[in-house]
Ligand binder design. Structure first.
Ligand SMILES: [Zn+2]
Length: 169
């Protein structure tokens, strides 16, 4: 990823068990490694490392809200919140959107892995019914409504949600 804002993180290792990722997150050094599984959301995190943004949508015709034609959700849900049936994976091709809201983070708390200062932004993407939180690579002044596109950390991925960032268009 080109640009200003950098990450200060040790990439997490992954154990792959039957296509399900288990993350080894060295939050407090090697002895303090935190293990957790991405479970059914593994395709989302794996997709980020391969430059793909994967959402989910409800295709259950009996769903009282979607009637089988659900909008995309990001971050994805494995089951529909309305009908509790499994959702279907759907790639967002050419992921871009606009800044829905933002915070300029000047000082981060302990363990923050994004180099300050940076903009934490909420991105609205057409066809997605939720707002996706992320960070902006640019540091110049921004405003609500500015257009952004997704950038993926496919080289030396962290294997976390930090593998997607946004860049001003
Ligand atoms: Zn549903």
């Amino acid at each position: 990823m080109a640009n200003d804002v950098k990450l200060r993180t040790t990439p997490s290792e992954i154990t792959n068990i039957e296509d399900v990722w288990v993350l080894h997150f060295p939050r407090f050094g090697k002895e303090g490694t935190h293990y957790h599984t991405y479970g059914m959301l593994t395709p989302y995190f794996k997709g980020l490392t391969e430059g793909r943004l994967m959402a989910t949508r409800c295709v259950n015709e009996a769903c009282p809200i979607s009637n089988g034609h659900g909008e995309k959700w990001l971050p994805p849900r494995s089951d529909c919140p309305d009908c509790h049936q499994p959702m279907q994976w759907a790639q967002i091709t050419d992921p871009h959107g606009y800044i829905y809201s933002y915070t300029f983070v000047e000082r981060g708390g302990t363990g923050l892995e994004v180099e300050c200062p940076y903009y934490q932004i909420d991105v609205k993407i057409e066809g997605v019914c939720t707002i996706l939180k992320g960070y902006l690579l640019d540091r110049k002044p921004i405003k609500i409504g500015d257009k952004v596109k997704a950038v993926f950390r496919t080289e030396s991925p962290t294997n976390t949600c930090l593998d997607i960032a946004w860049q001003l268009l």
